[in-house]
Structures are given as structure tokens and as C-alpha cells.
Write a protein that binds this ligand. Sequence first.
Ligand code: SAM
Length: 288
Amino acid sequence: MQVSDSAARVLSGLLEARTGQQLTADRMWRIGTALSGLLRDHGLASVDELALRLIEPDCGNLANAAVDALLNNETYFFRDRNMFDVLAQTVLPEIASQARRKRHLRIWSVGCSTGQEAISLAMLLSEQRGKWAGWSIEIVASDVSHHVIETARKGIYPQFQVQRGLSVLQMINHFEERPEGWQAEKALLRQIRYEVHNVLDPREDARAFDLVLCRNVLLYFGQENRARAFDRLADAMNPGGWLMLGGGESAAGLSDRLVADDAATGLYRKSDEAGSARDNVVPARRAG
Ligand SMILES: C[S@@+](CC[C@H](N)C(=O)[O-])C[C@H]1O[C@@H](n2cnc3c(N)ncnc32)[C@H](O)[C@@H]1O
């Protein structure tokens, strides 16, 4: 599909202003493919016609739909399973020992898309239920897209999605087959609070999270927005809290508040900031 330079500029400007993501030249090919359904639904003949509508002042809903269509929402259960092993074997046991006095665990899944990452975390914790007996657990899962959050809240997944990343036993133990799809167990969904939130915006609950997962979200952000996002994530983390990025993502050179942890590539801890008064600051990794 032909997309003129001016239409591409309107769309990439809109996407960056709303989400921080850049549509760099090598991703411009996405525009036509990503927007074809939206053009059809709105009776628009071309991306140029869409761009003209998007510069009108009352284009609110259409602009939301265009941003949604341009976002990449690819996700699946237990994506990069080795990272869930690192959580199970290293990160969660350390949090359990650090925070044993407060017995309150808070995790933030940033850019959660349709919720598979948050549900995987809830499943992991339920599989370690002995360790977390008596704890209050909250998983906040957020995404800039209203559309994916609406889907995530339902907790219903088509067959091909539950088959991506879950064992048959996990499917049977944690999902119920219904005519509309596979419904995630209520006990898992109760632990998750879904929110529409832009990672570039501050949260009200600063220093609240023991663990933050922000995987495959910041890949297409420019340097400045990526640094800003890391600052927001660090604001939200407890001193000593953990951050997990996606494969190939790094905070190197973009934040001096996040220190790489040698347990895995893409794993960081929030440095102990001067003046912090939390009781769960742990200066060093447990041996062994
Ligand atoms: C490729 S998906 C990754 C989903 C999941 N984290 C995973 O790794 O499987 C990226 C998600 O980040 C969301 N996203 C993009 N920009 C965002 C922003 N500024 N704030 C919050 N979420 C954002 C997208 O809507 C999309 O759902």
C-alpha cells in the first residue's frame, strides 16, 4: 500500500506523541499493513485519507484506533521461559526473604498487552504457593492501549494462544474451556489489577513495587524517551527492587539508578538511593 511521506509523518508523530515509540524508516512498511483493517472499518480509501482525518481537531476516537493499530502487541504465556526460571529461582526467593516482615508482594507488568505475562506471573506464584502462604500479593498490569486492557480484563484466550507457552497440565489446572475460549481461573485474575497507563507518565504509588517487568516495550523508543521511561520505572520501584527487561534490551548508559545484576542479562536492581527509609533494602545478594 502506498503511503506518502506526509501521511507517514502524521502517523509517526501521533504514535510517538501518544506512546514514545518511533516509527523509524525500517519500520515504515508496517503502516499500510497495520492500518488496513482500520481503513476498511472506517470506509477510508487510503492512509493519506486517514492522515487528513487525523489532523482534524475532533479526531479523538480515530486517533486512538490508529495508535492501537500501530502498536505491536505480540505476547505469549511464559515468554522467554528462562527469564521465568530466573524469577522462580533467584528473584522471588530473594524478595521473599527481604520482605518477610511486611509479607506484601507487589509486581508491575508494564506493557502487559493482553495479559499473558501477568497471568504467567500469577501462575508461577501459585505454583510456589507454600512460599507465599499468608502474603498479600498484587500484580498491577498496565498498557497504553485501552483495547488490549479490555481484552486482558476478560481473561479469555483462544485455543492457539493458550497453546503458546503453556503445558497441557497448566491449561487444565488454570483455565476452563468455554464456548467463547479458555477462561483463566478466577483465583489468578483476582491477583491482577489491569490499568491503562503510559510508562512515560508518573504513577501515584511511588516506591511501591518489589519487581517490575518491562519486556519488549521500550525497543522502539528513542533514547530520550527510553531514559525517561527508566526513570519512571525506578521511581515506582522499592529501593533494592528488581527490574526485568526483554531479551536484547538494556538500561546501560540510560539510568544510573538501575544496576545490572549478574543473575541474567536484562535483570537490574534499583540502587539504594540516599535518604531512602524502606525496611527492605538489601545491599548484597545471598550467597549460594
Ligand atoms: C510487544 S508487546 C510486549 C508484551 C509483554 N510485555 C511481553 O513481553 O510479552 C509491547 C506492549 O507494550 C505496549 N506499549 C507500547 N508503548 C507503551 C507505553 N508508552 N506505555 C505502556 N505500554 C506501552 C504495547 O501496547 C504492547 O502491548
